[in-house]
Design a protein around this ligand. Structure first.
Ligand code: SF4
Length: 355
């Protein structure tokens, strides 16, 4: 199967990163101290692939808080919860929004088993179960552009400039398909010099660094570019931008990492139709499972494989024998299989069995 879409290339980049990251360490290290996710970012910017480099102990301790992400309300509580019982309003810093939302989040945290809560009269007291670990070392953002020609580079350049100026990720990369050229054509395309370039062979699942990225100043204020002049002859307008404080960046980084921890990159199945009778997961070289459509005889993109697909056919009820409806049919089984593989990359989570 030859990757013929950015989506297919993106899945190969994710798989390569899961096996080989960081790019210069040599092959064959399948350790679990980094986590790969895809299609995550902020309100203004979404990256194709995210790699979280994690502290091994911190990552294992993060698993105590469960597989689901902690949103900002829950993070506020678990990061500030006291070691001894205390009235929640005395123990927690003012959140900057009404306390009733904090109470709701406390009940949620209690339901999830990540906080201790009790009532003393009318007062809610809390106590932490575990300290929230410092588990993220670095965040790497990768844009996937298998065909990085001049027009793709023109479109990508401003996005990378945005990333470099804001410095939310520690490094920004472009992954492009390896060619037969001695020097990858991507190097001639005028991308920001702070962005790294990786050439990936999606079939062999090997990659080389064509250009090393600059380490970005994530602990310093960043610059968010809001608007830039189009650069025409008559355009004398100035760019508009705003500063972003390091504390705000740190919060966004943590929120991004929590979402990456929950979703990973195999979540592609959640935006497709595994309940279609034509949907399959096929193994590429090695154990990587990728979506395959037996009706179209190709690897579909998430946009194609949706409810509006003209060839969608629900899996027949007869497939859902035995445990149905509790266990679901083959589509549900495929989702569980991918979820299990995701858990295997999260030390401390119980992956259950082997696949
Ligand atoms: S027929 Fe359409 S919905 Fe069904 S697997 Fe193929 S692309 Fe997806």
């Amino acid at each position: 199967m030859t990757p013929d879409s950015e989506f297919a290339f993106e899945l190969r980049t994710c798989r390569w990163a899961e096996r080989e990251w960081p790019p210069d360490r040599g092959h064959g290290h399948d350790d679990t101290h980094h986590i790969v996710a895809r299609q995550l970012g902020t309100k203004r910017r979404r990256w194709d692939t995210i790699v979280l480099e994690c502290d091994p102990t911190g990552l294992r301790n993060r698993a105590r808080f469960g597989a689901k992400r902690l949103d900002s309300d829950l993070l506020h509580i678990v990061r500030n919860a006291p070691t001894e019982w205390a009235y929640y309003r005395d123990a927690l810093p003012h959140p900057g929004y009404p306390w009733r939302y904090v109470r709701e989040a406390i009940h949620q945290a209690d339901d999830r088993g990540i906080l201790e809560m009790r009532k003393q009269g009318n007062r809610i007291q809390i106590r932490r179960k575990w300290p929230y670990p410092d588990w993220i070392e670095r965040i790497i953002a990768i844009e996937n552009k298998p065909d990085l020609d001049a027009s793709a580079a023109r479109a990508l350049g401003p996005q990378l400039e945005f990333d470099v100026a804001l410095a939310l990720a520690d490094e920004v990369w472009v992954a492009t398909q390896a060619t037969d050229e001695t020097i990858t054509p991507a190097l001639f395309e005028g991308l920001p010099v702070a962005a790294g370039i990786l050439t990936l062979d999606p079939d062999a699942l090997t990659a080389e660094v064509a250009w090393h990225p600059r380490q970005l100043a994530v602990d310093e204020p960043g610059t968010r570019i809001l608007e830039r002049p189009d650069g025409g002859e008559r355009d004398g307008s100035a760019a508009r931008f705003e500063y972003v404080e390091p504390e705000t960046k740190a919060e966004k980084r943590l929120a991004l990492a929590e979402r990456a921890y929950e979703r990973g990159w195999r979540s592609f199945v959640e935006t497709m139709r595994p309940d279609c009778r034509h949907f399959e997961l096929r193994a590429r070289e090695g154990p990587q499972l990728v979506p395959y459509c037996s009706a179209k005889a190709c690897q579909p993109t998430a946009a194609e494989c949706s409810g509006s697909c003209p060839e969608f056919e629900p899996e027949p009820p007869v497939w859902r024998t035995k445990d149905w409806p509790i266990e679901g049919g083959p589509g549900k089984r495929l989702q569980r299989l991918l979820a299990k593989r995701r858990r295997r990359r999260r030390p401390g989570q119980n992956a259950g069995g082997c696949d």
